[in-house]
Ligand binder design. Sequence first.
Ligand code: MG
Ligand code: ZN
Length: 253
Amino acid sequence: MCATCGCAGAGVRLVDLREHDHPHEHDHEHQHDHEHQHGTETVLIEQQLLAKNDALAGRNRDWLRTRGVAAVNLMSSPGSGKTTLLERTIRESGLRPVCVIEGDQETSFDADRITAAGAPVLQINTGAGCHLDAEMVGSALLALDPDRGVVLIENVGNLVCPALFDLGEAARVVIMSVTEGADKPRKYPHIFSSASVVVLNKIDLLPYVDFEVERFCRDLALVNPSAELLRLSATRGDGLETWYDWLRTLPDR
Ligand code: MG
Ligand code: ZN
């Protein structure tokens, strides 16, 4: 997870530094012990980090519930079409009130597009970080101050660690485009297994790419038998009504 890549914070990075502080230990037995301890320590820090995140996510969830707001955590690789889908959703679904939290490492490109589409938006720039966490989302929620309706959270484009971080959402959506290849559910099972809905986007491109829809459906069912699969094209408009219908049921759940 992120503790390994170091994106989760200074505390986690210290573990790596400490290892580099002992480069001259050639005794194999000792080295083994050291690595073993190091591994246990890393796992502990990961567990503490995730436990803290879960507690904050619980607070977000309670806060959202008292306001009658349903949050949706949208996760995907970069370039799957999340922002385009959000733009159309804001313009065409009639879903109101709706606001957006945008997660990206840098820039407010996506937030600018959401503003132009007509929804209140808050941009979170994660710097070196590759996921949103409950604390970031909690601060964004306080700033946005939503009342009823839906908050759409566009997570940082990444199919790996966003799966580990509960944000307090009512539902998780994984968006995948047909240009990414049908093997993704089995390669990245964690993110797919936690989704209520999986959106297969860019189906207008199916005639031009080598994407086996049957294999994708079969593999998704293996990883997550209860996920609802929506096939759509956010640019051409196929399947958008089904997506809007699903979103409209959220605040009543
Ligand atoms: Mg985007
Ligand atoms: Zn991360």
